[in-house]
Design a protein around this ligand. Sequence first.
Ligand SMILES: *Cc1c(COP(=O)(O)O)cnc(C)c1O
Length: 388
Amino acid sequence: MKTRTKLVHGGTRRSQYGEVSEALFLTQGFVYDSAEAAQARFIEAGPDEFIYARYGNPTVAMFEERIAALEGAEDAFATASGMAAVSGALTSMLRAGDHVVAARALFGSCLYVLEEVLTRFGVEVSFVDGTDPDQWRAAVRPGTKAVFFETVANPTLEVVDIAAVADIAHGVGATVVVDNVFATPVYSDAIAQGADVVVYSATKHIDGQGRCLGGVVLGRRDYIRKVLEPYLKHTGGALSPFNAWVMLKGLETIDLRVRAQAASAQVIAEALQGDARVRVIYPGLPEHPQHALALRQMGQGGTVLALDIRGGQEAAFRFLNALEIVLISNNLGDAKSIVTHPATTTHQRLAEARRAALGITPGLVRLSVGLEDADDLVADLRAALDAV
Ligand SMILES: *Cc1c(COP(=O)(O)O)cnc(C)c1O
């Protein structure tokens, strides 16, 4: 089956009622026919046998199977949020004394997990410039258990070469964990490019309409079932069946939505490029330092762009406050276009020098492009620049 077909039919488990739309099994538990059946299921549950929603649920399983089919992964485990996926993927495979190498440009909460949580339990973490293969090569060593990066990075839109980093990591036997939120499952075949484990915040493009939190970890079956599942089912980061149902239905339309959002992002980037009041950062523009890599790896620039408004924070705030269609919020991948000022919100916790080193300047604004008409968005952005 091709991608769009898998997104509509993949993972469907039809009940005895023959429902067309996937059923929402909003239940925490399951009834056994006998005490012996309960005992047998705790020893080994079959593919259509469930015990407790923290371990698994038919609606959650449909979501896991559908996203695994899209990503080309052997298996998947759904989580309560993207951060439950990131922290579960890493914590489940690491122990004291292990070494991890990570790209420096990361989502604030990912940085917290690596810097503040893992290190507290005796994991050593080295940070590198993710776009420089020489730095990855210099940082990995025998005993490096995992490498972690986002591609594209939030919010600076650096593109990390998955195949090159995977080559370097596999050379020392390290597991490659990729947070693929910005590339989206539509544009990145991270597993085909060499990632061992792929993590998504389903809150973003998979829901795509800003309703629910969710996440998912994808990878080989032995890792998902023997390493990740025991950790997650006992530590409690399970996805609610209701949220899984929303995400499952979101997957039906993700290909159409993300392609439309990326096409509009390209239109906006080209329209604002060359405007002296703003520096446009978008992997789909030839001026982006990793433009060629972005095209090779994703075929497209993605649905998010960054605008560095000349005049610093004051100008950025005036720009945000003048927008009429684009909303000030902090989700991304939503049907509604959203702007975020990372320096004062998502990356506020970082010291100014560190923000500067990451390219998070006082004027930087992240724009997640929604499903509105691209001409309306360009007009709104231009009017806001006029107001600055
Ligand atoms: C949003 C996001 C997360 C966290 O996801 P939640 O669903 O909010 O927990 C992790 N990584 C990246 C790159 C994100 O954009």
